[in-house]
Design a protein around this ligand. Structure first.
Ligand SMILES: Nc1ncnc2c1ncn2[C@@H]1O[C@H](COP(=O)(O)OP(=O)(O)O)[C@@H](O)[C@H]1O
Ligand SMILES: [Mg+2]
Length: 295
């Protein structure tokens, strides 16, 4: 029985976001990346926490204010939106408007300074990190792969690996042929930071990693930045398939192509949500906004 739980809140995830984190990740292979800036939210307790079931229904962000770790300046300011299973949102907005910061908060890497992020009504920190991790898939901007095999990277260096799930994720990300063409297929070592791969190949392996295990919440930060037309088509299909299977997909898009697979759009400017709603409606409004600004 656990007698003193000093784990950090939320601390996900799907992906370790630095090599230092990976070293720890490997040391304790059941563990997930735990950002150091988190404050423990639970005091010593003599009871077992009640495990929550995996989320399946809603993502609710309310009054989110997010700052970088160790910094008080708010980057995301008072952002609220709700999504239900099967929905996909495209986050658009100028460079520096806080899109990636919002993505980091949604997956639990940077906890909000204010406001809440709830899945099925429960804040991220209410889950056991180990049980929430598989429910969240994250492709960070500037994908970070690690020195290991392709299979290890896709399966997030998990101890209990499901080979069928690795193949399924690779198939969905459209990287099956690429992997099979490598000298040792799934067991090919990709070198530090995925050195043997091109930027587009890294992005597609990163997408497969995000899709691994069919997470409920999929957050993709500029997933098409280095993709060719074939890669973009695979991405669109993967987002549509995930939504159809009941996931919520958040896609940060710097090119309109990535909006083909979403039904909602969140337009950000200077850390604020300027508009949120059905895709075409928001695109119409924000185009008018852009035109009137330059007029
Ligand atoms: N680690 C960090 N520390 C301090 N400021 C940061 C950090 N990361 C991003 N920022 C600042 O936050 C702002 C928004 O960044 P970001 O969320 O990456 O925007 P976007 O993804 O929309 O381009 C930028 O002004 C950036 O300088
Ligand atoms: Mg960004």
């Amino acid at each position: 029985m656990r007698t003193c739980d000093t784990r950090e809140p939320t601390a996900l995830i799907a992906v370790a976001s630095s090599n230092q984190q990976l070293a720890r990740y490997k040391e304790n292979s059941r563990e997930i990346a735990k950002p150091r800036h988190h404050q423990p939210i639970r005091a010593c307790e003599n009871r077992q926490p009640v495990p929550l079931p995996a989320p399946r229904q809603t993502l609710d962000a309310a009054g989110l204010v997010v700052a970088a770790p160790g910094n008080n300046a708010a980057i995301v300011r008072d952002v609220s939106f709700k999504l239900a299973a099967g929905q996909g949102v495209g986050i658009i907005g100028p460079s520096g408007s806080g899109k990636s910061t919002l993505a980091r908060a949604l997956v639990g890497v940077w906890p909000p300074a204010r406001g809440t992020i709830r899945l099925d009504g429960a804040e991220l920190g209410q889950w056991e990190p180990e049980s929430l991790g598989p429910s969240i898939g994250y492709l960070p901007q500037g994908v970070d792969l690690f020195d290991g095999t392709i299979a290890e990277n896709i399966s997030r260096f998990a101890r209990d690996v499901d080979p069928a799930a690795i193949i399924e994720a690779a198939e969905q990300a459209g990287v099956l042929q690429l992997i099979l063409s490598m000298p040792e297929g799934y067991d090919t070592r990709i070198g530090a930071a995925g050195a043997i791969l091109s930027a587009g190949q890294r992005q597609r392996i990163g997408l497969a990693r995000a899709l691994y295990g069919k997470p409920f919440l999929l957050v993709l930060d500029e997933p098409n930045a280095s993709l060719d037309a074939e890669g973009e088509a695979a991405l669109t299909n993967a987002i549509l398939a995930a939504r159809k299977a009941g996931a919520i997909v958040v896609v940060i898009a710097h090119r309109p192509n990535a909006l083909a697979a979403v039904d909602q759009v969140l337009f950000m400017a200077e850390g604020r949500a300027v508009a949120f709603g059905p895709r075409d409606e928001v695109l119409r409004k924000t185009t008018v906004h852009a035109v009137s600004e330059t007029a």
